[in-house]
Design a protein around this ligand. Structure first.
Ligand code: ARG
Length: 589
């Protein structure tokens, strides 16, 4: 199934070809000036350079041929040679009829159905999840949903940080204070025990970390504990296991509250057993060097503009590092899943790390670039109003749980102010407050081009006006209640032929037809904000249509049926986008 823009690209491309010009120059996209035209093709400019002619002359040639085709209402030339295209209403209506009951709203499935692995979330066990993990989780989960919608075999992996120095600090702390038995006997079937344990760890880690900074002996004890843990010695590994189990339980609750899911609950520790063989293999290939007692692999290239440090495989004391586990994780992923693409949704500040890891993987033949794409889909920082990384009022990191709770509080207040959900019982109201809170937080994050930083402002995110999650929920609930009302009036709520009788219907119809393009752009760039922009525009166009056309009343039955169909299609498209963004939709509010 092709989108309108794709169909037009084909048609215009053929005409370019008939005129001995490259077919690709016939690319058609939505017009930058929707007030002047629906679609545009800018290919005449490039064609003129190739054919050594005047662009307007070429455009005139193309437009003459296009005018013969009766799908166009108007074709004309603007400026130096832009070709503007307007379709007939009948053609737009026929196109919509063809996608109306398509399960994917017109998105064409991938032909390859390759496996795509997504690495996101990345929480560290024994530390509370904080807002830094929010972006990784939200963006990553959305990308997983996009790949899967397109027909890829998408696999989401949480890739927990569970094998690093911070674990040594905590394990040594428990050992030095004689608490090993207590920890090993904790009953994790009891939720309050888990919660208390997590709170204890939250307080313990900063203490232990500060102690290690101040005291060399304390630090040495922590480093020794990591090493013993990595060698799976007792009691280190059992303490580690207890912490990991409790952390996973607590993380699962947090992620479920955000509608974020994973196929794999793996972590750095899971690849420990691959490391020795991997390093042996690298050594055989002559790629391992010693540097300051550490074992490293060089990854610099001739064209590097900045210094590119080597990737450390083993530290001088024999412990493995973040880069070691990441490289071994690629070994495991290739062995178990053979992905065509691995997307790492991780803070942009880790870009150097991923450059090192990817180069090491390719240099050593763990992956080959023509078979597997390794991509760091980095994201910017969520900042506070002062433009610095977001902190709580007290200056600490905000726990994810607390952030969602703040959202719920605001949502409850907003519901009362707007006099919404007034007739609902406590449970339903609470459920809606939760849906609004999550929609507000997620949409606020996803609508930013992911590399940019953004300012956290819960009040703005929570508004029912503007480009926000709550605005979209409000719009979709309005459509649903409109259609319910129609049903109560005995109207047939179903898809029907589209009749375009008003500008706002045409604009809405064109926007509905645009969904596959917005989707593909988001997926191609691994950037969900394209979908956010699209859905916001669609909701706005529905609003204008709703404001200017009678949907449930009217004399002409065909027009009424068409308006109901447009409403149904809008509902389905908005719901599809929100589902892709991991945002729930209530029936009413
Ligand atoms: N645990 C890391 C952190 O908190 C993120 C892990 C990202 N994924 C990866 N494969 N390195 O920064």
């Amino acid at each position: 199934m092709a989108s309108l823009a794709q169909k037009l690209t084909d048609i215009v491309g053929d005409i370019f070809e008939q005129n001995d010009l490259p077919k690709e120059l016939g690319e058609v996209r939505l017009s930058d000036r929707p007030d002047l035209a629906q679609f545009q093709c800018n290919g005449a400019m490039a064609a003129a350079r190739i054919a050594k002619k005047n662009p307007r002359e070429i455009a005139t040639q193309i437009v003459e041929s296009l005018s013969q085709n009766d799908i166009f209402d108007k074709v004309d030339i603007a400026g130096p040679g832009f070709i503007n295209l307007n379709l007939t209403d009948a053609y737009i209506a026929a196109h919509l009829a063809a996608v109306a009951d398509d399960e994917k709203c017109g998105v064409a499935l991938t032909e390859t159905a390759d496996t795509v692995m997504l690495d996101y979330g990345g929480p560290n066990i024994a530390k509370p999840m904080h807002v830094g993990h929010l972006r990784a989780s939200i963006i990553g989960d959305t990308l997983r949903r996009l790949y899967s919608f397109k027909g890829y075999k998408a696999i989401g992996d949480v890739h927990m940080g569970d094998w690093g120095t911070h674990m040594g600090m905590i394990i040594s702390e428990y050992m030095m204070t004689g608490q090993v038995d207590r920890i090993l006997n904790l009953d994790l079937d009891d939720d309050t025990v888990v919660d208390d344990f997590m709170n204890e760890l939250t307080a313990l880690y900063p203490q232990a970390s500060a102690a290690c900074k101040e005291n060399e002996d304390r630090k040495a004890a922590a480093l020794e504990a990591v090493l013993r843990m990595q060698k799976k010695e007792e009691p280190h590994i059992s303490i580690w296991q207890k912490i990991r189990d409790a952390s996973v339980q607590s993380m699962k609750k947090n992620f479920a509250a955000l509608n974020v899911y994973f196929d794999l609950w793996k972590g750095e520790a899971d690849v420990n057993d691959y490391i020795a063989d991997m390093v042996d293999d690298l050594r055989e290939k002559g790629l391992v060097e010693e540097s300051d007692g550490a074992q490293v692999i060089r990854v610099e290239q001739d064209d590097d503009k900045k210094e590119m440090p080597p990737l450390i495989l083993y530290k001088r004391d024999g412990a493995v590092m973040y880069g070691t586990t990441d490289l071994a994780t690629i070994v495991e992923r290739m062995k178990l899943f053979d992905p065509a693409r691995i997307v790492y949704v991780v803070d942009q500040r880790q870009h150097l790390h991923f450059t090192q890891v990817f180069r090491a993987a390719e240099k050593s033949g763990i992956t080959s670039p023509d078979k597997t794409v390794l991509l760091h889909a980095g994201f910017g920082t969520m900042n506070g109003p002062d433009g610095k990384p977001f902190k709580t009022r007290a200056g600490g990191v905000m726990k994810l749980e607390d952030l969602i709770e703040t959202g719920r509080e605001k949502a409850r207040a907003r519901l009362s102010e707007a006099n919404l959900a007034a007739d609902m019982d406590q449970d339903e109201r609470e459920n809606i407050a939760n849906i609004i809170a999550v929609a507000a937080i997620k949409f606020a994050d996803l609508q930013n081009q992911r590399i940019t930083d953004y300012i956290f402002d819960m009040d703005r995110f929570m508004s029912f006006e503007g480009k926000t999650g709550p605005y979209l929920l409000y719009q979709i609930v309005r459509i649903k209640s409109l259609l319910r009302k129609g049903e109560q009036q005995g109207l047939d709520i179903k898809l029907a032929d589209i009749h375009i009788t008003h500008d706002s219907e045409r604009a809405l119809a064109l926007a509905l037809a645009e969904f596959p393009d917005a989707f593909d752009t988001a997926l191609r760039n691994d950037m969900p904000h394209y979908l956010c922009e699209y859905v916001y525009k669609l909701a706005g166009l529905f609003s204008s249509f709703y404001g200017s056309c009678h949907i449930l009343s009217g004399d002409d039955q065909d027009v009424q049926a068409s308006r109901i169909a447009l409403s149904l299609m809008t509902q389905k498209t908005i719901e599809t986008v929100l589902e892709l963004l991991g945002i729930d939709v209530p029936d009413r509010m």
